[in-house]
Design a protein around this ligand. Structure first.
Ligand code: KIV
Length: 420
């Protein structure tokens, strides 16, 4: 099976004009091809990265972080071809996603990133340097003053190359001193940063804490009203999605995510979880909305799983194989009466076609209602004593097997017909 044939840009969802000016619009910045590719063993070929970038454009992602061009000549080439083919290929409304390349705060990295992305209609350089005491002391071996100087000089350097869209990240912001953080951010904004991204690099913060951090940055950083605040939450404590939502609620208008939540160590906030939570709980999220065309979510998930080799756990929210499967008798009975009893999202809306209409998986916890409904799908309207008999034998089979398959059901039906 190859997904490469799905790489067609013509049917991309229209870019919503003026959405940048809409205070409730949340930009989705996808870093599957950069942070996602940093998952151990997830290296992808340039062709695969290009195909995923096409799918991200279909999905309506606002910014695609296509790679880390200074990391290798291959990555620079991959980012350049995404900039040319996806970022320079406007839809019918004249819009194409922003194509972004990551760079440490040094000239060589920034040159490589700019060389790779500059071919896009809307190129962005994303530069970062650590601001926590732990990182500055042990990793960078630099003082606070040196870090502030390097950060602002490198943002200004990226702007001087002709790049109008520069994102800055204070790495390990979640563990950085607040007053120092406000100062670094104010200085990079003065130097020309257009987005300031707040990474919880080691996934250490709790949702209330991360939400407070974003609100405090918004309230205390000079010049912040002129830029977009972004979140980048790692998943070390399993809180990446919750922290990202807390950040959005507190004023972040760009959210950095990956498809299937892949990324360094325990991964990143997952695109599908963040987008669907904002959509499903729109009122509670203060009316926030994204431009994601959710019917392409399942295809994007399958593609990323196949190309990265990182398979999705069955119980993964939104895109796991069991996310819309119902096993217990009580749940199956509810589903057969009304799907809203146990489903908050229609799987069809995110592009999932399930093998049977109610997502019912027959197993040892299933009840008579579920079995009868499955028999009806096979064309057998069975009731009364016949149903009692077949249900008894079904339970015997189900005790021995994890799942009762269609072939098992057919065998039960023919046994019943044969015996009566
Ligand atoms: O986790 C992190 O801090 C990052 C930054 C480069 C945004 O990936």
């Amino acid at each position: 099976r190859s997904f490469l044939s799905h790489c067609s840009l013509v049917s991309r969802p229209p870019y919503i004009p003026n959405r940048i000016d809409d205070p409730s619009y949340v930009r989705i910045f996808d870093t599957t091809l950069r942070d996602g590719e940093q998952s151990p063993g997830a290296t992808m070929t340039s062709k695969q990265k290009l195909a995923i970038a096409c799918q991200l454009a279909h999905l309506g992602v606002d910014i695609i972080e296509a790679g880390f061009p200074a990391s290798s000549p291959d990555d620079l080439d991959a980012v350049r071809s995404i900039a040319i083919e996806v970022g320079n290929n406007p839809d019918e409304n004249g819009y194409a996603p922003v194509i972004c390349g990551l760079a440490r705060c040094n000239k060589a990295d920034i040159d490589a990133a700019w060389e790779a992305v500059r071919h896009a209609m809307r190129p962005r350089v994303h530069t970062f340097i650590a601001t926590s005491e732990i990182h500055m002391k042990y990793k960078l071996r630099k003082s606070r003053a040196e870090v502030v100087r390097i950060a602002s000089e490198m943002v200004a350097y990226a702007r001087s190359l002709g790049c109008e869209d520069v994102e800055f990240s204070p790495e390990d912001a979640g563990r950085s001193d607040r007053e120092f953080l406000y100062h670094v951010l104010a200085e990079v904004i003065k130097a020309g940063a257009t987005t300031v991204n707040i990474p919880d690099t080691v996934g250490y913060t709790l949702p209330s804490e991360f939400g407070r951090l974003i609100a405090d940055i918004n309230a205390n950083t000079r010049g912040i009203e002129n830029v977009i605040i972004s979140t980048h939450c790692q998943n070390d404590l399993g809180l990446a999605t919750a922290n990202t939502l807390a950040g959005a609620y507190s004023g972040a208008r760009q959210l950095e995510v990956t498809v299937n939540g892949i990324g360094e160590r325990a991964g990143n906030a997952s695109l599908e979880e963040v987008v669907m939570a904002i959509k499903c709980r729109k009122e509670l999220m203060g009316g926030l909305h994204t431009g994601i065309n959710i019917k392409h979510i399942v295809m994007a998930s399958k593609m990323v799983a196949e190309y990265s080799g990182l398979h999705v756990q069955p119980h993964k929210a939104i895109v796991g194989a069991n996310a819309f499967a119902h096993e217990s008798g009580i749940h199956q009975d509810g589903m057969l009466k009304n799907k809203s009893t146990y489903e908050i999202i229609s799987p069809e809306d995110i592009g999932l076609t399930r093998s049977n209409e109610s997502g019912i998986v027959l197993g040892k916890l299933s009840g008579r209602h579920a079995l009868r409904s499955r028999l009806l799908e096979f064309g057998y309207d069975i009731n009364g004593k016949e149903l009692d008999d077949i249900f008894k034998r079904f339970k015997e089979v189900a005790e021995k097997k994890k799942h009762v398959t269609d072939a098992d059901i057919e065998a039960l039906i023919s046994d019943e017909i044969f015996q009566t």
